[in-house]
Design a protein around this ligand. Structure first.
Ligand code: IPT
Length: 971
């Protein structure tokens, strides 16, 4: 099998050999687990001789994460090697895994099957030295019938050889780390020779249930008299004797294939939706003629309908919003091996932050993920393991790859078709569009007419063309305006649901709320899937550059790696071909710590909203599709500028989905005339499978009264001290306030080209020239010029001694050429020891002008060290939007207080922008003892330009004059 003449790793026509057909019969329970330490050796090539020296490797696991010299490598589009498909490099790491298996004696007479959960990218199976089978398709299980090669009661030696690079690598060119290994569990199980070969469950929202069974006998022809029975939540289902398969003389028996149908209607069925994940237990039994049970298959059934009506995707007849995320299999210690607990934690977190949908980018996930999605409630776009990004055009019509496309798509559908969570099949990602896609789509449409098919590569040719292999218009990173224009064009024929949007690389996801405002305002738009869930940073030891592996458990917290460790991204394992930090583009850190964008998403997805405020009260709306408010608990919170927040329990009227009601204001407004806000704290009323009782679901807020303008009383007997450079001298400041126009470029700024322009302009360090310092009365006016390569910015500061401190009134005039700066504002630095920030404004989490919907106005308190978000590649971080005032204090309550003329963007961190820009990893940052404080008159939106649209023009900083004012007081 591994001779020169036959090289299965360079034969795209060969998708498998000796592999059993895929089915939806789940054999996990009752199986013998073969997980654990296996003998292991890594060969330099698949045809290199196996040596006598063995190490060991944990299965499931990638060897690239387990101390071998073959380390992870990250590439996005490009292949890690130059060979054209189907060729691969001669240096081709090959892992030989071997162990003994004691085959249970009680399996005598049974059919014995080996299941390998996933292997990257070619699996060769030998038992006691005899070749048993071959499989490709790295993210689906491969099964082999071992009945003829093992003996019950005896010991067998199982060898799993995994070849890393193959023809299949060219169609597994997803944007992620390259690994090698057996990444999902290995099992051995036994069935009766007479067994259920497949079970197909169809269950509609009105309670109609149909279960189609396929029966085979491994010993040959089917025996007479077999039959099938079922049980749904204890209710017996009997075989439909009327079932007449066209052409079959006897509906139950043919020579080698048996087919049977169970049918029932469940009265008053509890329908399944992502909001109401109601499941029924189904047991299917295959009986011998004497009634004894030969085989059993268990399923969880969700009664639900999915359909496209016109240009709407409907679940149970309702047009839903798809609040999705793209999720890769990822773990910082194990690479691609994820445990049940990890998958559950992923989904629980997504539920808590308002997501209702997952695209399994870009391959089928572990079977447990679909069980969890059924159980917790998610709509799943199940995606086949096909991405040929680097050679997409050549492969999409290369006949040698035709089998692989249909094989991968059909195997996914065969495995996952019974999951109510799966609502759409995806043919793969970024593989151009060729006849292979049409072939695969045709297979799906015939086999499972109950679900739509989508494929971005087809849809992008024409969002409305019904002939293409996509029932959904599923673009990636389409600008909001294009989506709206399409929906309004009169030409839309398909639901528009972006398969990827809002790229979460670094400090990002600007304009997410604008996307959703457009989606909710525009019939025809139904949502999309944020790119992506994970920052795929691998925990790496800094001293030897190795992955920490499973030994790294506990060596991270709150998104930060422990000292001596860091989150590795592309290039950190010494790869010369790599795509850098593009792998760190998720809404969670590598340890699943939420990034601030998740709070933004939670609010955008709020099931309950405050629609508007009039004097008599607020209008409350139920924004769910299927549920009332009974699962939620409510409290009103009155937030006033000067005084503590007041909270009272709230009782809301029963609201059906889509309904609104006016509710009287629960509070009298204080008569001080100050700014006031009303927040509705929405929490879970009971324990949910994904959240304990009392978990915050959303915090909608309305403003009851605006802030009055700032007034100051000048004091004549005190002056402000300014040095000969015109710089403020102040006991608490180590660097006086100066003008700042720059931020440490975010990934969006870098990849969108803004950072390069800023560097060209010299925005990071413009030369400051004092033009004049004028003292008059209690006031000092300092005029300065900041010289950039694109012109001079005139800056004026007027310092006035006012009651309690200093008033600083500033203005800056941006010349025409500086038409897109990062910020306009003041920056200063404080003495050490001021470690606590208390502010009135938006918070508590990080927010920016185009990502501030989820941060309610309130009184917030955080240690300075917790204000900074530890993005993997250091960049602008830690900002708070809409800050009205703050104090920065030491434990003895000394410190400083700042009040701003209007709600402004503020940041307080331990790092200068230049410190951040100079570092490549978070662990390289050395916190300064004092604080670096930015008060911004204007701050550029974040956008998503690292992949997709930049921020909207309304979040850019216009040229011309910007003015702002603030007071500084000593506490
Ligand atoms: C798109 C890919 O589908 C996804 O895997 C990821 O690479 C993402 O971009 C960026 O992080 S493809 C891109 C060319 C739009």
């Amino acid at each position: 099998m591994t001779s020169d003449s036959l090289r299965p790793w360079q034969a795209p026509e060969l998708t498998s050999w000796g592999r059993l057909p895929m089915s939806a019969v789940d054999r996990r329970s009752g199986a013998l687990s073969l997980d654990g330490d296996w003998r292991f050796q890594l060969l330099p090539a698949p045809d290199a001789p196996v040596r006598d020296t063995w190490s060991s490797s944990y299965v499931p696991g990638a060897w690239t994460m387990q101390g071998t010299d073959d380390l992870p490598q990250y590439t996005n589009v490009r292949m890690p090697f130059p060979e054209f498909p189907p060729a691969v490099p001669a240096a081709n790491p090959t892992g030989v895994h071997e162990r003994e298996v004691d085959v249970p004696a009680e399996w005598a007479g049974r059919r014995i099957v080996l299941q390998v959960g996933a292997a990257e990218s070619v699996l060769l199976v030998h038992v006691d030295g005899r070749p048993v089978g071959i499989s490709k398709d790295s993210h689906l299980a491969a099964e082999f019938d071992l009945s003829a090669v093992v003996r019950p009661g005896e010991r067998a030696s199982v060898r799993l050889t995994v070849v890393k690079w193959s023809d299949a690598s060219h169609i597994e060119d997803q944007d992620q780390w390259w690994h090698g290994g057996i990444t999902r569990s290995v099992l051995l199980y036994a069935t009766d020779p007479l067994h259920l070969a497949d079970v197909t469950v169809r269950a509609g929202r009105h309670g109609d249930l149909r279960v189609d069974c396929r029966v085979r006998n491994a010993d040959g022809a089917l025996p007479d008299g077999w039959y099938v029975s079922g049980e749904l939540d204890g209710q017996l289902l009997t075989q439909d004797e009327e079932f007449d398969r066209a052409g079959a003389e006897d509906e139950r028996v043919s020579a080698f294939l048996g087919e049977a149908r169970l049918q029932a209607t469940v009265p008053e069925v509890r329908a399944w939706t992502a909001e109401t994940p109601e499941l029924y237990g189904l047991t299917v039994r295959l009986h011998r003629a004497d009634g004894t049970v030969a085989d059993t298959s268990r399923h969880r059934v969700g009664f639900r309908d999915v359909e496209i009506a016109g240009r709407d995707l409907l679940v149970n007849g309702e047009r839903i919003y798809v609040r999705g995320v793209n999720r890769h299999d990822f773990h910082p210690l194990t690479g691609r091996t994820v445990s049940y607990d990890d998958m559950r934690a992923d989904l629980v977190l997504l539920k808590r932050f308002g997501f209702n949908a997952i695209r399994t980018s870009h391959y089928p996930n572990d079977p447990a993920l679909y069980d969890l999605a059924d159980e917790l409630g998610f709509y799943v776009v199940d995606e086949a393991d096909i991405e040929s990004h680097d050679h997409a055009h050549e492969i999409a019509d290369d006949p040698r790859y035709l089998n692989a496309f249909v094989d991968r798509v059909s195997r996914m559908v065969l495995r996952d078709k019974n999951h109510p969570s799966v609502v759409i099949w995806s043919l793969g990602n970024e593989s151009d569009y060729g006849a292979h896609h049409d072939a695969a789509a045709a297979w799906v449409r015939r086999h499972d007419p109950t679900r739509p098919v989508q494929y971005e590569g087809a849809a992008k040719l024409d969002w409305a063309d019904p002939r293409l292999a996509s029932d959904i218009a599923c673009p990636m990173y389409a600008p909001i305006e294009d989506c709206v224009a399409h929906a309004l064009s009169g030409k839309q024929t398909k639901p528009l649901i972006q398969c990827e949007y809002s790229h979460a690389m670094g400090n990002s996801n600007g304009t997410l709320a604008d996307h959703w405002a457009a989606i909710e305002a525009t019939p025809g738009l139904q949502g999309g899937f944020i790119w992506e869930f994970w920052d795929h940073g691998i925990l790496q030891r800094v001293n030897d550059g190795r992955p920490a592996g499973r030994g790294g458990a506990g060596l991270y917290e709150g998104g930060v790696a422990a000292p001596g460790h860091r989150w590795a991204y592309g290039g950190d394992f010494g790869e010369t071909v790599h795509d850098g930090a593009f792998i760190a583009d998720g809404v969670v850190f590598p340890d699943r710590t939420p990034k601030p964008v998740l709070y933004e998403h939670r609010e955008i997805a709020a099931p309950v909203r405050l629609e508007c405020f009039r004097h008599e009260g607020v209008v409350v709306g139920n924004h769910q599709h299927f549920r009332g408010l009974e699962w939620l608990s409510f409290a009103w919170e009155l937030v006033v500028a000067d005084g503590p927040a007041v909270t009272v329990p709230a009782r809301l009227p029963a609201l059906r989905p889509g309904e609104t009601a006016a509710v009287p204001l629960p509070f009298e407004l204080p008569e001080d005339g100050g700014e006031a806000w009303l927040t509705l704290r929405v929490t879970t009323a009971d324990d949910e499978p994904w959240a304990p009782r009392g978990t915050v679901v959303c915090l909608p807020q309305v403003r009851l009264r605006a802030a009055p303008s700032m007034t100051h009383v000048p004091v004549a007997d005190r002056s402000v001290e300014v040095d000969e450079e015109g710089l403020l001298v102040h006991p608490l400041l180590t660097a006086a306030p100066t003008l700042s126009l720059w931020r440490a470029p975010t990934d969006n700024d870098e990849l969108g080209g803004m950072a390069a322009r800023w560097r060209e302009w010299g925005l990071d360090a413009p030369e400051r020239k004092v033009v004049g310092v004028r003292r008059a009365g209690g006031r000092v006016t300092v005029r300065a010029e900041y010289v950039t390569r694109a012109g001079v910015v005139r800056h004026e500061q007027v310092f006035t001694a006012v009651e309690g401190g200093i008033l600083v009134e500033e203005s800056a005039e941006l010349p025409e050429a500086l038409d897109d700066v990062a910020r306009v504002g003041s920056v200063f630095e404080t003495v050490a020891g001021l470690n606590l920030l208390e502010w009135f404004g938006q918070g508590p989490w990080e927010s920016y002008p185009d990502r501030c919907t989820g941060a309610p106005v309130g009184h917030h308190t955080l240690p300075v060290d917790e204000l900074f978000t530890p993005y993997l590649r250091p960049q602008e971080s830690g900002g708070r939007h809409g800050v009205r005032r703050f104090t920065l204090s030491a434990p003895d309550a000394t410190g400083l207080a700042v009040r701003l003329d209007r709600p402004r963007q503020v940041s307080v961190t331990r790092h200068r922008a230049a410190d951040l820009a100079a570092a490549a990893h978070h662990d390289e940052l050395v916190p300064r003892p004092g604080c670096v404080v930015h008060l911004d008159a204007a701050h550029r939106g974040l956008g998503t330009a690292s992949c997709g649209p930049d921020t909207s023009p309304s979040y850019l900083i216009p040229t011309g004059v910007h003015s702002w004012a603030w007071t500084l007081r000593v506490l």
